[in-house]
Design a protein around this ligand. Structure first.
Ligand code: GTP
Ligand code: MG
Length: 720
């Protein structure tokens, strides 16, 4: 179904194209797409730096501490010494092109990890040899399950003083997977570590820092022989269990032949039946080149990897698998937008089928718009090289597309497919933003809009009721990064403040007769409107009702809508605290009029004033939005979290076990949830996660309400 005409210009493998020695073309079988993931600070960016240096892309190895890595080139990354934005890098190793995606590990940028995994065929999960399995490790592992990505584990920083490979190994098997098997383990650990033992080759690999991390192989010393054999047996046993033929061979001979291991291991990795484990010290170039060798031999190319899911445009229910076929019609998927000095926005994309070339016309299958592709680039961080062709399976960048954002599919007219989207996490923290310069408001809005296209994990909404611009994102750091970009790129300075709460006013009591007479006589024609209103409370959520109970035309019919309008306007403005009034029934049952002076304006004023007067007498109260909260935390934090929820005027609705976690459901006033993400993170050392959604309105307790009313009155006085 996905086959089509032969690709223009044909494809050559690892051969130079006609364009000087600028560009090499790679068959899909010669590509490896890797997402390097793991908890913050696991050493991902340093590891990539070692890969680029080891592969001869760079001629020196940069460091995160010095702020001169290829991957962390944005100045906020250099300043904070952490990754903040995903980088795309690539290197050639043994005639294969390795595309490496290096997303940040900080939890606020979890969406970037999902995007990286979404377009990769191999996940490499870096784990620290000292700290072991951390929250970020578990989260990223969970994402690899979700995307069914073949995964390798690398226990990194084995050169650190307190490196404990064995302990981390146990933890890894316990917490992540019992199907994780050792391929390489450290010969020695701690300062000076320079060798690993490879249990497939049954050799010691010694890495030479002065030779770009190349390694030499030697026999395993007696002291390590038993350990190496134990791990090799484990690997072979595990492997034989992944396939019936292998199992039979194993049962017959007590082992597996080399060729059985080679083909069996690759398949088991692709099927996620085995997760190989390695040891490395990226910073010391230890274990890096041998992992590249392993990936070259055993990790899937885009042809061998599980096929990506899509659906036919307009038919989301019918899943289609997209074969990586360079000869087919073109399909590409944009997974990230970055903004680069001098050239503006670049969309990072993966080609799933066909070939992509500049000048090509494709259709954005998400919004139906047509796009002409501009200049194409391969990237190594901020370094880019212009290319003329991107073949199925490969990952590259294209200059700003008119109507295409992150998570869009572009394809040729003949193949209207929509690739499965990245399911970005919902925002968990809201702040209101205030422009430091009032005239900047338009620029703030357009700047945030553009930034949202680059990063869909934050949202902007203008709340017309509170007339505030509310920014919501993945945490405090995320929101700081967004507002800083706003300043740097659009020159507007904003401040983050606590968003106002959309309180409501209503009444608990009834008032049988609230009368107001509006009368003005100042020469000429006067003003006259006179009404009697009855006010009653209505059930929560039932809204406003106006009843015309006038008898005998004492208020002429043509003025009745004006009375209602006056009441509605008063309700919109609020009576006691400046917040909207809800859930009241107002009946107009009496009044008088004047044959000359009465008009609509007079009756509107009378209606409004009679309502305000009656409202104040009808036991007014404030209502506040209550949110339903769902918190998932490890058992040991449950008590603290529940205590904290009660302290926030919350009501626990229930709890249930979910694995080794507890899920707590509660209702908490929105007012008490400001920056709750920080609270959860600090109370659980980053292990807890939560979701919140609006539930209903409830009466604000008296003491809290009094404060809000006093505050509103103070503001009013200040404004006057
Ligand atoms: N001892 C030792 N330290 C390392 C090694 N690799 C990285 N580091 C240090 O660990 C810290 C974090 O390294 P990064 O490469 O920024 O880690 P990362 O995983 O990219 O971090 P984020 O992108 O912020 O999640 C830095 O201070 C590095 O110098 C290593 O192999 N050994
Ligand atoms: Mg990094």
């Amino acid at each position: 179904m996905l086959y089509g005409p032969a690709p223009p210009g044909g494809i050559r493998t690892a051969s130079w194209s006609g364009k000087g020695d600028e560009m090499k073309e790679y068959l899909p079988s010669n590509l490896r797409n890797i997402a390097l993931v793991g908890h913050g600070g696991a050493g991902k960016t340093t590891f990539v730096e070692a890969v680029l240096y080891g592969a001869g892309i760079t001629n020196r190895m940069g460091s995160v501490a010095e702020g001169n890595t290829v991957s962390d080139y944005n100045h906020d990354e250099i300043e904070r010494k952490i990754s903040i934005s995903t980088s795309l890098l690539h290197a050639e190793w043994r005639d294969l092109k390795f595309n490496i995606i290096d997303p940040p590990g900080y939890p606020d940028f979890m969406g970037e990890v999902k995007a990286a995994l979404r377009v990769s065929d191999i996940a490499v999960v870096l784990i620290k040899a000292v700290e072991g399995i951390e929250v970020g490790t578990e989260i990223d592992w969970g994402f690899t399950k979700e995307y069914k990505t073949p995964t390798l584990f690398v226990i990194n920083k084995i050169d650190a003083e307190h490196s404990t490979f064995e302990k981390v190994l146990l933890q890894l098997r316990e917490k992540l997977s019992h199907d994780a098997v050792i391929v390489q383990f450290p010969a020695t650990e701690g300062v000076g570590a320079e060798s690993v033992v490879d249990v497939l080759k049954m050799k010691v690999l010694k890495f030479d820092r002065n030779a770009k991390g190349k390694y030499t192989e030697s026999e395993i010393p007696t002291s390590l022989k038993d350990t190496a054999e134990k791990y090799r047996e484990e690997l072979i046993e595990q492997l034989s269990e992944t396939d019936e033929n292998l199992l039979n061979a194993f049962l017959e001979t007590g082992g597996l032949k080399d060729e059985e291991i080679v083909s069996g291991l690759k398949k088991a990795i692709i099927d996620r039946k085995i997760f190989p484990i390695f040891a490395s010290a990226g910073q010391q170039l230890v274990g890096v080149t041998s992992i590249l060798d392993f990936i070259a031999d055993y990790a899937p190319s885009p042809i061998e990897a599980p096929q990506a899911s899509a659906y036919r445009a307009g038919n989301p229910k019918e899943e289609v698998k997209v074969a990586c076929n360079p000869g087919g019609d073109t399909v590409l998927f944009t997974f990230k937008i970055i903004s680069e000095r001098n050239i503006g926005e670049l969309s990072l994309f993966r080609v799933y089928s066909g070939i992509v070339m500049p000048g090509m016309d494709l259709v954005n299958q998400v919004n139906g718009k047509s796009e002409r592709l501009g200049t194409l680039y391969t990237l190594n961080g901020k370094d880019r090289k212009e290319i003329t062709k991107v073949i199925a399976g490969d990952i590259a960048a294209v200059v700003k597309l008119k109507d295409t954002h992150t998570n869009n599919t572009l394809s040729s007219k003949n193949l209207p497919l929509v690739m499965k989207k990245i399911d970005f996490p919902d925002p968990i923290m809201r702040v209101a933003i205030v422009s430091k310069n009032r005239h900047d408001e338009d620029k703030v809005a357009s700047g945030l809009h553009a930034l949202h296209e680059e990063d869909p994990t934050f949202l902007v909404e203008v709340d017309p009721e509170l007339s505030q611009t509310v920014l919501s994102g993945q945490g405090e750091m995320h929101l700081q990064v967004v507002t800083r970009r706003l300043k740097e790129r659009y020159g507007v300075d904003v401040e983050m403040v606590e968003p106002d709460i959309p309180f409501r006013e209503t009444i608990k009591g009834s008032v049988a007769d609230s009368e107001y007479k509006h009368k003005k006589q100042s020469g000429g024609r006067g003003q006259y409107g006179h009404v009697h209103l009855k006010l009653e409370p209505k059930p929560r959520g039932s809204g406003f009702e106006f009843v015309d109970a006038v008898v005998g035309g004492v208020v002429p019919g043509r003025f009745i809508p004006a009375v209602e309008k006056g009441v509605i306007e008063a309700m919109e403005r609020g009576v006691i605290s400046g917040h909207k009034v809800v859930d009241v029934r107002v009946s107009l049952f009496d009044g008088t009029s004047h044959p000359v002076d009465s008009d609509e304006v007079s009756f509107k004023i009378a209606g409004s004033m009679a309502f305000r007067k009656g409202f104040k007498e009808a036991k007014p109260i404030l209502l506040e939005p209550i949110y339903e909260l769902e918190v998932l935390v490890p058992d040991e934090h449950m008590g603290d979290i529940m205590g904290d929820i009660s302290g926030r005027r919350g009501k626990i609705l229930g709890m249930e076990a979910e694995g080794s976690n507890q899920k707590i459901r509660a209702q908490v006033p929105l007012k008490e949830l400001y920056k709750y993400a920080n609270v959860i993170r600090s109370m659980t050392q980053g292990r807890g996660v939560f979701r919140q959604k609006f539930s209903h309105y409830e009466e604000v307790p008296k003491e809290v309400a009094e404060k809000i009313v006093a505050e509103a009155q103070k503001d009013k006085v200040e404004q006057e």
